[in-house]
Design a protein around this ligand. Structure first.
Ligand SMILES: [Zn+2]
Length: 263
């Protein structure tokens, strides 16, 4: 196939191509999704599609410049805040961390690359992943980062209420990535104005953390927190383009960290 080969998916390489093409300075990109309720209009695998597809596009744009490689997606993660809804699947925190530590250990055994960019499609994983990357560095000498796409995007969404889950941004990105999976007829304007005070106090107060849930009627009556009805495919394309563009700065900083680590 030659290097770079016609693919940048690790799974599509042969074992011999891994040795020929992947280097210590290569960056492995690991999409992490979730299987969880996203209201009446989005599928359970929304976060899987977002994580995997954004990873694919980041690699399509920057893969040759930064030697990026896509790892298989981890599709189930930490979704207990949605476990009232049929179909929601969640790992326990211990299993999730054990899975990722095993992956990290095996990456260092099976691949020469020592950089890992996690593309996290599910906000509920943030706290654990932010702690875990310290262990991946300390225990496995893996130089890592976690990308949170919706926060990395610089696009002003113009949402008039907090956009937390299945709302304007996420629905827009799904309209751009997988329109056939969006049940547009099931998108209804919220029954009343969102209780912004409850959302601010339970979810966004940086001074305190609560185990908030999407069956909490103060936050949502539908499982969605945000304005799905204001979503558009154009906004979705804009968010995706911004995430891909901003990813370059992430990759530069990640490689800079590796250079400093190896001194
Ligand atoms: Zn989601």
């Amino acid at each position: 196939m030659g290097c770079p080969p016609a693919t940048r998916s690790i799974g599509e390489l042969t074992f011999a191509e891994v040795s020929q093409c992947v280097r210590e300075t290569s960056i492995l990109c690991l999409p992490i999704g979730a299987i969880e309720q996203h209201g009446a209009h989005l599928p359970l695998n929304t976060d899987v599609i977002v994580a995997a597809e954004l990873t694919r596009r980041i690699i399509a744009r920057w893969g040759d410049e930064f030697d990026l490689w896509q790892l298989p997606t981890i599709s189930v993660s930490l979704s207990r805040e949605h476990d009232w809804a049929p179909g929601t699947l969640s790992l326990g925190i211990q299993s999730f961390v054990a899975l990722l530590r095993d992956m990290a250990r095996d990456i260092t055994r099976a691949l020469p690359a020592r950089n890992l960019a996690i593309i996290n499609g599910h906000g509920g994983n943030r706290g654990v992943l932010d702690s875990l990357i310290h262990e991946l560095r300390g225990d496995f000498a893996l130089n890592g980062c976690v990308v949170h796409p919706f926060d990395l995007s610089k696009v002003a969404t113009g949402a008039s209420s907090p956009d937390v889950h299945g709302g304007k941004s996420e629905t827009s990105v799904m309209l751009a990535l997988a329109p056939r999976l969006v049940r547009t007829e099931a998108i209804v304007p919220a029954a009343g104005p969102a209780d912004s005070e409850a959302i601010a106090g339970l979810i966004f107060d940086r001074g305190v953390s609560f185990p908030w849930r999407t069956d909490d009627r103060r936050l949502t009556a539908s499982g969605v927190i945000g304005e799905a009805h204001a979503a558009s495919a154009q906004l979705g394309h804009d968010i995706i383009a911004s995430v891909v563009e901003e990813a370059r700065g992430v990759l530069v900083r990640l490689l800079e960290n590796q250079r400093l680590m190896s001194r």
